[in-house]
Design a protein around this ligand. Structure first.
Ligand SMILES: Cc1cc2nc3c(=O)[nH]c(=O)nc-3n(C[C@H](O)[C@H](O)[C@H](O)COP(=O)(O)O)c2cc1C
Ligand code: SF4
Length: 473
């Protein structure tokens, strides 16, 4: 029988992954307020390792409390966090799955700063208020830039000491790195602003600092928004970086010591193109209240989300960029269900064209994120040299065992992800999970059982049950 490309190992310079499916980062508020980890996060990551993915890229892991997006994400800001990450890594390794930690800093894109940051403005490349939610920020001084570069290097060292398999720089989707790289955001006049070379300097400095700290034999990849589409929603802003800009940044990052690039889109998160799909007002109108005090435009947004008469205005802005997208580059096997076929055509592999262009200009492996959930499509994307592997987030939330299904010869799960984005808009306030009721035959209780399954076992239960079996006397 012919070998299946999906199950061919992928070799990086310092790492081999058993297949071509990576779990993309999916943050959830599983952890303690102070950034220490919990059993729920271990359970969460175990689900995907058990499901057969070759590697897991963690959630957004802040390298400093000042750089968190919201509380209750496990951090890597001090050495005390090392034992927790070691434990998560060991659990994932039990399934022959690699574990890559996403080193992250929010910059000004700080949805809920938390009490530690309450009296501080967020750090950024700029002092311009973020235009969508209205997050206030201040341009970093050179000393703050230097300290933050060291925070990333320390984070990489801690990941290595924890026995993890590598790190990914979260240098896409609008967070601190994007705020430096993007011509739509960075308005500095010093050596970190202006030309593309200057705007890329922060990323390249971090890569070099990590290499100095951990050496050349530790896997280091970076995520990039291939096109910023910085004015997708806030149309009065500058558009930001083009694909040609990103290709140049990728080449520099490769020279500086990066082992792989992970291709995404958009200079904010979420963005109409990432994660692509619907914008479920029925969820955001209930969860956005958590962010009301975070930015100066949040009340405006809340009214747009809350009142159905105003929603068409927001929907018009949110959806307009999707209309300008070129048609999909690849055709996969036909799917019988018409509705699913339409969803796949609109959403699957949306960054693939961009990944292919980047791949032509670099020598390191290229990972691509965005809508993948059909084996025949993924196989074709790799065989036709669009990318070397795909990363998946939502379709794996919906079907944790998707990779095992592919191995059994299934082209797509029986109940695929609908790209409804209810998981995404719930996560600000509620546990992360699939909230598409139609996937649970409209049985709310069934859906809740699945969402809440991440909390079992708890540490407490384990201790109690071991006590219960202790011999008396
Ligand atoms: C709930 C949720 C949380 C996410 N958190 C992160 C994150 O912390 N870091 C990141 O780089 N991407 C994050 N993403 C983006 C995904 O990693 C992925 O790139 C994107 O959803 C497109 O892939 P998909 O179509 O397979 O979901 C998140 C996506 C979702 C839905
Ligand atoms: S809620 Fe479920 S079906 Fe909807 S996008 Fe998220 S994982 Fe997919």
């Amino acid at each position: 029988m012919e070998k299946d490309t999906i199950f061919e190992p992928l070799k990086f310079r310092n790492l081999t992954v058993k297949n071509r499916i990576f779990r993309s980062s999916i943050s959830g508020r599983w952890d303690n307020y102070d950034g220490s980890g919990t059993q729920a996060r271990i359970n969460w990551e175990e689900k995907f390792a058990r499901g057969g993915v070759g590697a897991i890229i963690t959630s957004f892991v802040p390298v400093a409390i000042r750089g968190r997006i919201m509380p209750n994400y496990a951090t890597i800001d001090c050495d005390e966090r090392i034992p927790f990450w070691r434990k998560v890594g060991e659990k994932v390794h039990e399934y022959d799955c690699k574990f890559i930690l996403q080193l992250s800093h929010s910059g000004r894109q700080q949805d809920i700063g938390g009490v530690e940051n309450q009296n501080l403005k967020a750090l950024s490349s700029t002092s311009k208020t973020e235009p969508f939610h209205g997050f206030r920020c201040q341009a970093m001084t050179l000393a703050e830039i230097k300290d933050t570069i060291q925070d990333f290097a320390d984070g990489a060292r801690r990941a290595r000491e924890a026995g993890l398999d590598g790190v990914e720089l979260h240098s896409g989707n609008g967070y601190l790195f994007t705020q430096f790289i993007s011509s739509g955001i960075n308005d500095r006049q010093d050596e970190y602003g202006g030309s593309l070379e200057n705007r890329a300097r922060f990323l390249l400095d971090v890569i070099r600092a990590i290499r100095k700290e951990v050496g050349n034999d530790f896997h280091l990849q970076f995520k990039i928004s291939a096109i910023d589409y910085n004015n997708a929603v806030t149309f009065w802003e500058k558009p930001g970086n083009t694909l040609a800009d990103s290709i140049q940044v990728c080449q520099w990052a490769q020279e500086a010591g990066a082992d792989a690039v992970h291709v995404s889109t958009g200079s904010l998160f979420p963005h109409p193109l990432n994660p692509i799909g619907d914008f479920p007002f029925e969820i955001i109108r209930k969860t956005y209240d958590t962010m009301l005090s975070s930015g100066i435009y949040t009340i405006r947004n809340y009214l747009l989300f809350r009142y159905w008469l105003l929603r068409p205005i927001f929907a018009l802005l949110w959806n307009r960029v999707k209309k300008s997208l070129p048609p999909q580059p690849l055709k996969a096997d036909e799917v019988k269900d018409k509705q699913i076929r339409k969803l796949l055509e609109a959403n699957q592999g949306r960054n693939l064209r961009l990944a292919a262009e980047i791949k032509k200009h670099v020598n390191i492996p290229v990972l691509c994120t965005g809508g993948f959930q059909q084996a025949s499509y993924i196989r074709k994307a790799i065989n036709d040299m669009y990318c070397d592997a795909v990363t998946i987030a939502r379709p794996l939330i919906a079907n944790n065992d998707l990779v095992h299904d592919f191995a059994k010869g299934k082209d797509i799960a029986d109940k695929p992800c609908t790209y409804c984005n209810k998981c995404l808009l719930n996560v600000i306030e509620n546990p992360l999970g699939c909230y598409e009721l139609s996937r649970f035959d409209n049985d709310y209780e069934e859906m809740m059982i699945e969402v809440m399954s991440v909390f079992h076992p708890t540490h407490f239960e384990q201790q109690e049950s071991s006590k219960a079996f202790m011999p008396l006397g």
